[in-house]
Design a protein around this ligand. Sequence first.
Ligand SMILES: *Cc1c(COP(=O)(O)O)cnc(C)c1O
Length: 313
Amino acid sequence: MHSVNYFSLGLLPTIQPINSAIAQQAGVELSVLRLDCMHPWVNGNKWFKLKYNLQEAKQRNLTTLLTFGGAYSNHIFATAAAGNLFGFRTIGMIRGEETLPLNPTLSFAVQQGMQLFYVNRDKYRERQTTALQAELQQRFGEVLIIPEGGSNLNGVRGCMEIVNTREFDTVCLACGTGTTLAGIILSLHKSQRAIGFPVLKNGRFLAPEIDNWLRNYLASGLPVADEAIASWELICDYHMGGYAKVNDELLQFSQQFTQEHDIPLDYVYTAKMFYGVMDLLKQGFFPRGDRLLLIHTGGLQGNIGMEKRLNWH
Ligand SMILES: *Cc1c(COP(=O)(O)O)cnc(C)c1O
């Protein structure tokens, strides 16, 4: 194992102001926090969710990370790469059946040294039960089991390091489980506001889950800054049909946005949030003078698989 004392990529995400006529008309300043370009493979919010999980593994002298994900998972991709970079053995429990040849996400994971096992959907649903976790510990020896998406309190804690500036009034990001949003809410000043854009249908169900993350984090005794905890809300109208669903409008928007601002977007998460923000700007949703920070949470690795499914290659 390499000796790494502190899990850092040594790179800070940049904040990129963007020039947009729509924002100008709305009297709003737009900037993008580029978590997508911190490291070629270990980047995005998934890196922040992993950081304290790696630290826990190190502290407990565990040399293997075991985690769960779908076949296109950004979290599987990041765990495989981070494990390789920081000297952990990695095991990926993949939902569903093996399909060969492996898709780009899974073949990358294997190249990084991840061992893959396939779990049928019924069994996959039990992934958080103590019974299945005990079975995995018995099968693989002492391993650190990280939940799907890196969503645990270590993950929330890492996401509290994503935004460390008060120069913005409103922070926007795409939500899957809402864990990242919980970390952002906990770390922002109480005068700031966070807006989550669920990428799943009927995203309202996330509100009580985010409340739970906040409550559990605050009850855990982990650190919180003075005067922290932002107000927050969810905007659930931009899922475009549901998780990993896309339509022509979204694809067109994404291509045009990339051309105009030289910022690539992923179709599953960030494109939907950026689309939503641009649409809300046109409607005058944000107060004039608002300084907006849009978090680019990464996920670009998934575009290769998505474009293949859309038959672009
Ligand atoms: C996983 C992911 C999200 C969602 O994060 P949650 O903490 O589950 O809400 C957003 N954007 C990208 C690119 C992701 O990979």
